[in-house]
Write a protein that binds this ligand. Structure first.
Ligand SMILES: [Zn+2]
Length: 269
């Protein structure tokens, strides 16, 4: 019951989880498969590896959409294999790792999920062994997966995975499908609010039929365009607050997003 596969195109899967509403991906070619993100700890990674093996016996590679723990800490269960990421992902994985680990252990203990806290405490973080800065094509056998950096957005090292023959794009947290689009977690110190709408335009230019976000159910291009417009709105509001034209309270009230989401966006560097 921990996870649920959704086949979004032939041989292209999203896997949905209740925990953090996380969504990871699997692209199956004729010769090998590609796993898009590995979940947040060694136990969750083991669950995902077993679930992939229910669908395909092919050798696998892994790609990280970004360094956040819930997307990238489940990898040791897949080794040895290729682990792809943007070149800036490895430094981000190592940055403040003890603080990240301590914070999430505390979060899960407070949430009454000590087994997840324990798994996080025992997890070894796996750095990528294959990196790129712009884009790279992986031949999976009769099918290509294009890994590309759409520019800075949710982090400075976001990667999206385009499967052209299926018209599917996996976006990590560059697109999030929380109840109101973004969540307060979408925006952090590593976020580049001003560049983010361009990253969404890059995704839209791929003309995907289905967009698989890093959290929440798959969406369409209309959803992506709506939140690109929402980001433009947040950028304008942030500028007005910083120039003293508007108070933070007025900006939050004027935003299409809930209070905590708008506040997190306004606080980005
Ligand atoms: Zn993230």
């Amino acid at each position: 019951m921990t996870g649920r596969w959704v086949e979004v195109a032939k041989g292209v899967y999203a896997r949905r989880y209740e925990e953090l509403d996380l969504t990871v991906g699997l692209v199956v070619g004729a010769d090998r498969c590609l796993i898009v993100d590995t979940r947040g700890d060694l136990e969750q990674g083991a669950e995902l590896a077993a679930a992939v093996r229910e669908l395909t016996p092919l050798p696998w590679s892994v790609v990280y959409t970004h360094a956040h723990f819930d997307h990238a800490w489940g990898t040791e269960q897949f080794l040895p294999c290729e682990v792809w990421a943007h070149a800036r992902c490895a430094p981000a994985l190592n940055e403040d790792v003890d603080i990240v680990r301590t914070d999430w252990i505390a979060y899960y203990e407070t949430e009454g999920k000590p087994e997840i806290a324990d798994a996080i405490s025992r997890t070894t973080i796996t750095e990528p062994n294959h990196t790129f800065t712009d884009q790279v094509e992986l031949d999976l056998g009769g099918r290509t997966a294009v890994l590309l950096h759409p520019g800075r957005a949710h982090t400075d090292h976001d990667v999206v995975v385009h499967v052209p023959d299926a018209a599917v794009v996996f976006t990590g947290d560059v697109v999030e499908h929380a109840e109101h689009g973004f969540s307060a977690y979408s925006f952090s110190e590593g976020t580049d609010l001003r560049a983010w709408p361009d990253a969404l335009d890059t995704i839209l230019a791929l003309e995907p039929r289905i967009v698989v976000p890093g959290h929440g159910e798959p969406v369409d291009t209309g959803f992506v365009a709506h939140h690109r417009d929402g980001l433009h709105e947040l950028i304008t509001l942030r500028t007005r607050v910083r120039s003293g034209e508007m108070t933070e309270r007025e900006a939050v009230a004027a935003s299409r997003y809930p209070h905590d989401v708008a506040l997190a966006a306004l606080a980005t560097p």
